[in-house]
Design a protein around this ligand. Structure first.
Ligand SMILES: [Zn+2]
Length: 75
């Protein structure tokens, strides 16, 4: 039921928030159903927070995403 080899492929783009809405919905569904991937996702997320602490970002990714969403009213 769970093909976690595929998770490897969307895990990074999911965290980068570069997936389409449909892909992201699929990823979130899988994260809700798959304990292994949920643990893995949390681990990767924490790992990224450590990395991000050392990097000064001009704009938070969430804010960029919100601005991008506002620019696409046709969706
Ligand atoms: Zn999985």
């Amino acid at each position: 039921m769970c093909n976690c080899d595929e998770c490897e492929q969307w895990m990074q783009p999911y965290m980068d928030r570069v997936l389409t809405d449909a892909e992201r919905a699929e990823a979130e569904t899988h994260l809700n159903e798959c304990t292994y991937c949920r643990k893995r996702y949390r681990f990767e997320e924490h790992l990224r927070q450590f990395v991000h602490q050392a990097v000064i970002e001009p704009m938070p990714v969430e804010l960029k995403q919100k601005l991008a969403d506002l620019r696409t009213p046709l969706m």
